[in-house]
Ligand binder design. Structure first.
Ligand code: NAG
Ligand code: NAG
Ligand code: NAG
Ligand code: NAG
Ligand code: NAG
Length: 408
């Protein structure tokens, strides 16, 4: 099947480089150099050298959270085995705090829903080998308008979070005063630099000021888009937007296409597998967004696919990209450590289709033999494949492979 390369300047550059370099050097040169476009990494506190993994309350519970939900979710992360696969952050989203600060100006947990307090919650989560995340806002109020924002309170709130033992901050963008996002977000980045605790700083300014270009110096991940929803249209829309910023990602600094919807019921299992495969290939934070306490085995098999998680957590830390797209048939790929290549063949159309990726797409000579492993079937497809790979892909489904080139 003939497919047209996307008219994409960066891609064209990369493809030209592929003609003359080996796989490893070309992916690194073509893709990795964007990392250095950022100034020095000011918040280099050692966290998230691979994309963060965990759970967040918003996509399923919205404001309906309380300490028993959070504690039982922490327990579920452990009992399902997901924690040992790397899902370690337990992240509160909006609505965890009282509507107003206390008499000393400090944020405080909402006593009706978090009667034990946030410190106790952090202790509970830490005792299970997990980490606690919290939510704040670079404005006067958070997006729910149910709790105070942190604008002009950055340092005192960062100190409070550190005292409680918080490990991750998602920083939202509602009710602000019109100051540039960059200024308001950098203020929190600087506050976090001053405190001793290593905290993951997740900038959630919805991609408004092209954060890929600057946020890597101040935080560990940045949203590239508005909010995800539980539809296939949302997944494809967001995947394409996030794809544009691939070259800015790297260890400690990740593009964030928003949290996972897997298990929330709005998509088919094929669609959820595509969502999870593409998020993993794009080195997105993998933050589960369903009610894990009642997740089906099918949902757990998607979220717990160790081979797909290993792609996301690969030490090379280079974001995979869309290489070709025609009539909804797409080839996505990226480099992994040890000269391996991850490939996703994705059929976004309504009919089953054959999709082909050629070795040349990845800068491999057609004569190079490669071991091909199917990450969803958990099987080797070939120990000695050359030239190209073709698969029949169901509507909205994908195939995901790792290619290990052998010396030819
Ligand atoms: C906690 O929240 C869950 C989910 O919204 C709800 O089902 C449960 O009744 C709440 N528990 C308490 C004690 O409020
Ligand atoms: C934020 O709060 C300040 C001080 O209370 C107030 O002057 C300002 O109007 C508020 N801005 C918004 C956007 O609510
Ligand atoms: C979900 O997102 C898609 C893509 O952005 C959008 O077209 C759709 O209106 C959204 N659906 C809902 C229910 O918000
Ligand atoms: C889900 O898997 C568990 C563990 O393998 C098993 O005990 C349970 O019966 C399964 N549940 C369903 C509904 O298949
Ligand atoms: C939009 C599109 O190209 N859809 C394809 C999906 O697969 C079927 C079967 O191969 C093709 O006929 C469609 O053209």
């Amino acid at each position: 099947m003939k497919m047209r390369l996307r008219a994409n300047f960066i891609l064209a550059t990369v493809v030209n480089l592929w003609m003359v370099h080996t796989v490893a050097s070309l992916w690194n040169i073509g893709i990795g150099h964007g990392r250095h476009a950022n100034s020095r990494f000011l918040l280099d506190n050692g966290v998230s050298r691979t994309p963060p993994m965990g759970w967040n309350s918003w996509n399923h519970f919205w404001c309906g959270i309380n300490e028993s939900v959070v504690m039982s979710t922490a327990d579920a992360l452990v009992s399902t085995g997901l924690a040992s696969l790397g899902y370690k952050y337990v992240n509160l989203d909006d609505c965890w705090a009282e509507s107003e600060r206390d008499e000393n100006g400090k944020l405080r947990g909402k006593t009706s829903t978090f009667p034990s307090g946030i410190k106790a919650l952090a202790d509970y989560v830490h005792a299970r080998g997990l980490k606690l995340g919290i939510y704040a806002d670079a404005g006067n109020r958070t997006c729910s308008n149910q709790m105070p924002g942190s604008l002009h309170h950055e340092y005192e709130d960062a100190k409070t979070f550190a005292q409680w033992g918080v490990d991750y901050i998602k920083y939202d963008n509602c009710y602000h005063d019109g100051t540039r996002n960059r200024e308001r977000y950098i203020a929190m980045g600087h506050a976090l630099q001053k405190i001793k605790r290593p905290i993951h700083f997740s900038l959630c300014e919805w991609g408004q000021e092209d954060p890929a270009k600057w946020a890597g110096a101040y935080g560990h991940s940045w949203r590239t888009t508005g909010d995800i929803n539980d539809t296939f249209a949302s997944v494809t829309w967001i995947a394409d937007l996030n794809n544009r910023w691939g070259r800015y990602a790297g260890p400690g600094r990740w593009n964030d296409p928003d949290m996972l919807e897997v298990g929330n019921g709005g998509m088919t299992m094929d669609e959820y597998r595509s969502h999870f495969s593409i998020w993993s290939l794009m080195k997105a934070p993998l933050l589960i967004g369903c009610d894990l306490r009642s997740a089906s085995n099918r949902t757990l098999r998607i979220l717990g696919n160790k081979e797909v998680i290993e792609v996301n957590q690969d030490s090379l830390g280079v974001q995979g990209r869309k290489l070709r797209s025609k009539d909804g048939l797409e080839v996505w790929a990226g480099p992994l450590s040890d000269n391996r290549v991850v490939v996703v063949l994705w059929n976004r159309s309504e009919l089953r289709a054959l999709i082909t990726a050629a070795w040349r797409d990845f800068g491999l000579s057609p004569n190079t033999p490669a071991i091909v492993r199917d990450l969803w079937k958990h099987k080797y497809v070939s120990m000695n494949k050359r030239d190209r790979l073709t698969a029949s892909v169901a509507p909205h489904a994908c195939k995901m492979y790792v290619l290990t080139p052998l010396q030819s």
